[in-house]
Ligand binder design. Sequence first.
Ligand code: SF4
Ligand code: SF4
Length: 404
Amino acid sequence: MSYSRIAPKRKLVQWLSTLFIVGLPFVRVGGESLLRLDAGSRTLFFFGTQIRIEEFFLFLIAVLILVFVFLFFTMVFGRVWCGWFCPQTTISDLVEFADRKIARLLRGNLLPGICRHLFYLLLAFLVSANLVWYFIPPSEFLHRLMTGQLGMVAGTSLVAVFALLYFDMVRVRRTFCKTVCPYGRIQLMAMDRNTLTLEFDPALKDVCIRCAACERVCPMGIDIKKGLQIECVNCGKCLDACRGVMAKRNRGGLIHYTFGLTAEGGGHPLNARSALLAGIVIALCGLMAAGIATRTQATMKIQRGGNGEVRLLPEGGVINFFTASIENRSTRAASFEITLPSPAGFRVDLLGPATGILVPPNANRRVDFIVRITPAPAASRVVELHLMRDGAQAAVAPVTLLVH
Ligand code: SF4
Ligand code: SF4
């Protein structure tokens, strides 16, 4: 009897998610990586948009989205993350696969040990470099590495992650999932009676022939027949093994993926808690989109200059002194201009360097200028200073023009 296996689907998911993680820094939109944190300019390049550290609320929303997506994913799909997407599991699978292949190909001589360690070193370098690419663009990485210009933080991180990964491949592997990984503990809190789990069908207990095939293939060394255990990473290897054994007896396997435990009446992925979490994620995404759409690329703060002095001019006008602090939040240098539309019945002039104000990317610049209004108004009046960039209004700041 033929039977379908979970393993090819899981492998495909692992390859695609690995390709996604490795390839993301190489995908460029508008000359920048799709996802990268530039420490120098304190800017997060986030899928085509740029978020500065000053726009902390957007950072916070991005983190909250990740947290709630993780909670939603865990509540609905349980430990599927561990077995199907987690880089630690993928690395463990890969080194076990390489161990088997190298041992088979180079049987009977000293080379297997050396080849295995060379493979671990290469993989550790690739994974640690991939991590650094989320901070330094891949196009710059190699040149900076070869010329020793990676920087203290990036260089130390690269070496530390490389060493940890090598140690992980040689000594730790799945022990990490069983003992240290905090996600395994957190997910137990997030799971409920509707969560997807893998279970040995209790109704088919008498059909089990106690062949132990499910135990032998389990990478975590557990027996699924004893029920849900914290070590299970939902990889489905036991399910495939049992299906194989049972197919020879012309019947289906005894281990299944199920939403909720059968003994507890089962469950459903669409329920009040999952709907609530999905709603929170959608609301946060909406908030993020609105925050990005309405944020400014530049800010302008105005302070009184000239020690607050106000001067009446002999010809009838009045002048006020100001200092503008202009912040260019974009990652490109920009030329700004401060303008002030003349109120009806008055003529307003800005005296000083109010045009062609060059501000480097992610930098501030202070500019002193004078506002002359003619004739002098009878009373103080509030007017709006406009900060223009490339002919478009970038910011507005109200100021009070005093008359004495
Ligand atoms: S019990 Fe099954 S699904 Fe869980 S880790 Fe072991 S083989 Fe994978
Ligand atoms: S593989 Fe299936 S039949 Fe064999 S021991 Fe496990 S559950 Fe029982």
